[in-house]
Every structure is written in structure tokens, then in C-alpha cells.
Design a protein around this ligand. Structure first.
Ligand SMILES: C[S@@+](CC[C@H](N)C(=O)[O-])C[C@H]1O[C@@H](n2cnc3c(N)ncnc32)[C@H](O)[C@@H]1O
Length: 419
């Protein structure tokens, strides 16, 4: 039986969709920022229940939009969430904060009232030239008026109460794509058709910010005081931080998938315009700290210490087809990716109390016609390090990329270990 507050929160999501995120993106809090890679709150609730005993503390090493943390906050479970991307870390903090609503209302009003000053663009001095008009090669992501208004909001947010700042940055982040000249997907960004004729005004930026704040403030008023606790958000690299987290009863997470999406690229507009990145060196540092799920950086390859016959077979198949890969770094990316997964799961096993569950939601990928069955590989690596595999079950089928034919073929699974 669900607690009434959870029942109320999950109501629009419906009863049937236990694992898919369909409908969950419109839930209070989850609708603040459309995070495509989020899983359903119900996955988290099921995983907690599957432990079969009281869960007091939970870990999510790759927090994303904070679904694990939010469900834990509703249930009064302490949650340590690690997230390398500072915008995502703010999103998790913003959703799980128990607000002083009067103070938040004052800060929202002050930020919305902020208008550009002569130095509103100063904060973007080292941002990539393509971001702001006049751009590069006669293309730019934000026109001057829009960029100046965004800069004015970002400056005003820095003057707000620090407890309200994550909320305000998330609101500003949530409108950026809409007021830009580009559309963004997993493969990066591309210019809108006819963007040259699309005029977005500063007044429209203000309207959108006001609307976003108003809708999210409504969620805060309705639910924030009913959260039973705030998540602890650790900004940084899970590969370094997890081993030092306090002991917990379980871990529930979905890592990046080995699909060559580069999160630093996908959230590039938010990262630069909100001030998390201020230089090319910051950008590189963030990429280096993200797991090996992309080929954007040339970094030393690693191999997992444990055995996985599925990984060995996939590696041989891919090596054979190396010439038809779209990037020569893919084999190294894959072996390093699984070394990362092995490292994080092993560190989790060192801090989860005996008998506690580690639930991993992960999907596979395909390169040069060879399937990389990430869930099975992770299951094998976990067993190789001595963990008991409780179950490995399919949640849904994912579509292959257009280059691979576009049909359904990859599975997204839950892999559950007992420590
Ligand atoms: C699939 S998403 C998690 C989605 C989450 N379960 C949800 O419901 O929103 C994976 C996340 O891992 C993060 N990530 C990538 N490398 C990381 C690292 N080294 N340490 C911590 N987080 C990392 C990414 O920034 C991304 O937000």
C-alpha cells in the first residue's frame, strides 16, 4: 500500500506502467526539466521493496535527474546521490529540497525582475563563439537580446539565497533550448529549420522564465513540505566518490549506457549559459570525469579485471569489423566502459550492508552489426567479483540507431545483485 502522498504524486502516471517512464515525465518535479534518460519512479519503489527489509539509506552513484533521490525523499529514506554533471546535481538538489516557500517566492520575483546591464554578457567571455550572436560562420545559438537576458537572470540568481539557487538555475536551464536557434538530441545539436527568420525577444525569455517558475513553484507548494528528508548530493565522479560514502542498505541506479552519447555535449547549453563551465579547460575536465560512454576524448583505455564471456565475444566481433566502425576509438571505449561499471559496482559492494541489493537498470548497444549486451556483461562481471546475481530481467526493447536499421533489438534490463 502506497503512502497517500506518493499515491497522490504518482496518480497521473497510472497504475499499469511499472517500469516504463511513459507518463512519468509529466509528474510534479519530473516535469521541471525533460531528462530523456530518466527511469520511472516505480522502478525505484519496486527495487526498494525487493530488499524485503527496511531500507534506511540508499545510494545512487549516477543520479541524473534524481528519480531515486526523489522517491527516497518521499519515503523518508536517506539518499546519497553522486552526479558528475553540475546541472544535473542542481536538478537533484532542487527537486529534493524542503523549501521555505516565502523565501523562494521572494527570490523568484527578484530574478524575474532582473534586466540586462552593460556587463550582462561578461560572464560568457570564454564561452564557445558559436553560442552568442554574431557567432561563428554566421551562425549562433542565442541572439544577442536573448543572451543578455539570460546573463541578467544568471547574475541575479547568484544573489539569491543559496538554498534557492539550484531551483532558479534549473528553471533557467529548462527554458534555454526553447529560446535558442537549435534543437538538441542524443547525437548533439542542430540548427532549427529557418532559424535565421526566427526572432526570439528578451520579453519572451522573461515570459518563459516566469511561466516555468510559476508551474514549478506550484509543485513545491503542493509537495515539498511533505518530503520526509533531503537527498545528499555529491558533485563529482562516482568512480572516485562511491567507496567513501557512508554504509547504506541498497543501491538503485542507471549508469550512462555504452551508446556513445556525450552528456557534456548534450547539456552544453545549460552548462555554459548557467555558468557551470567558464573555460575550455572546465569543459575538458568535465568530459574526463564522465564515464567512458563516449568517444569524444582520447583517454587511456582500461579493461575490466573480471571475466565476461559475452564481452569477450562482442570484442572479437567488433575487432573483426573495426574498419566499418564510425569511430576507431569504439573498442577502447567499450572495454573502458565495462571497467568503469565493474569499478563502481565493486565500490558499491564495499559500502552496501551484507544482504542489501544493488539494482542496475542498463541497456545495450550495437556497433558494426555486433550487439553489445551490456546487461549480460554487467551480470557476468558482478558474478566474477563474487556477488550473488538475484535476477536479470528485461524491462523493454529499445530501438537500434538508424545506422543499425532502426528496428527494436536492444534490451533494457534490470540486473540485481545481493551483497
Ligand atoms: C542514465 S542517467 C541516470 C538517470 C536517472 N536514473 C534518472 O532517473 O534520471 C546517467 C547519469 O550518469 C551521469 N554520469 C556520467 N558519468 C558519471 C560519473 N563519472 N560519476 C557520476 N555520474 C556520472 C550522467 O551525467 C547522467 O546524468
Amino acid at each position: 500500500m502506497l503512502a497517500p502522498v506518493l499515491q497522490n504524486w504518482l496518480h497521473p502516471h497510472g497504475e499499469g506502467a511499472l517500469s516504463s517512464n511513459v507518463g512519468a515525465a509529466d509528474l510534479a518535479f519530473q516535469r521541471w526539466f525533460r531528462f530523456k534518460e530518466a527511469y520511472s519512479p516505480r522502478i525505484v519503489m519496486d527495487a526498494i521493496r525487493e530488499n524485503g527489509r527496511k531500507v534506511q539509506r540508499c545510494i545512487d552513484p549516477t543520479g541524473g535527474s534524481g528519480t531515486t533521490a526523489l522517491v527516497c525523499s518521499f519515503l523518508g529514506i536517506e539518499c546519497d546521490t553522486v552526479e558528475v554533471n553540475p546541472f544535473m546535481a542542481d536538478l537533484i538538489s532542487a527537486k529534493t529540497r524542503i523549501y521555505d516557500t516565502a523565501s523562494l517566492a521572494v527570490d523568484v520575483a527578484e530574478v524575474i525582475a532582473a534586466r540586462p546591464k552593460s556587463d550582462s554578457l561578461a560572464r560568457y567571455a570564454e564561452a564557445p563563439a558559436t553560442l552568442i550572436e554574431p557567432g561563428e560562420n554566421e551562425r549562433w545559438v542565442f541572439n544577442l537580446a536573448v543572451a543578455r537576458q539570460i546573463g541578467a537572470f544568471a547574475d541575479a540568481i547568484e544573489l539569491a539565497d543559496p538554498r534557492n539557487q539550484p531551483f532558479l538555475r534549473v528553471m533557467l536551464g529548462s527554458i534555454l533550448r526553447d529560446v535558442s536557434n537549435v534543437v538538441v538530441n542524443g547525437k548533439g545539436r542542430k540548427y532549427r529549420k529557418g532559424w535565421e527568420r526566427r526572432i526570439v525577444t528578451a520579453a519572451q525569455v522573461v515570459d518563459r522564465m516566469r511561466d516555468a517558475c510559476k508551474a514549478a513553484y506550484g509543485d513545491v507548494v503542493r509537495y515539498s513540505s511533505r518530503l520526509e528528508g533531503e537527498a545528499v548530493v555529491h558533485l563529482g565522479d562516482a568512480r572516485e566518490l562511491v567507496a567513501d560514502l557512508p554504509d547504506a542498505d541498497c543501491a538503485i541506479f542507471s549508469p550512462p549506457y555504452p551508446n556513445s552519447f556525450d552528456y557534456t555535449d548534450i547539456y552544453n547549453l545549460e552548462l555554459w549559459m548557467l555558468g557551470y563551465l567558464r573555460s575550455a579547460a572546465d569543459n575538458r575536465g568535465l568530459r574526463l570525469a564522465t564515464m567512458h560512454s563516449h568517444v569524444q576524448l582520447n583517454r587511456p583505455g582500461r579493461v575490466p579485471a573480471g571475466r565476461s564471456s559475452t564481452l569477450e565475444a562482442a570484442s572479437i566481433g567488433i575487432e573483426r569489423n573495426r574498419l566499418s566502425l564510425w569511430h576507431r576509438g569504439i573498442p577502447e571505449m567499450l572495454s573502458s566502459y565495462f571497467a568503469d561499471m565493474e569499478g563502481v559496482i565493486s565500490d558499491l559492494a564495499s559500502v552496501i550492508r551484507p544482504g542489501g541489493l544493488i539494482t542496475v537498470i542498463v541497456g545495450g548497444s550495437s556497433y558494426a552489426g555486433v550487439a553489445v549486451d551490456a546487461p549480460t556483461i554487467i551480470a557476468e562481471l558482478g558474478r566474477s567479483m563474487g556477488l550473488e546475481l538475484v535476477r536479470h530481467t528485461n524491462l523493454r526493447s529499445m530501438r537500434l540507431s538508424a545506422q543499425q536499421g532502426g528496428q527494436f533489438g536492444l534490451s533494457e534490463d534490470a540486473v540485481v545483485f545481493r551483497c
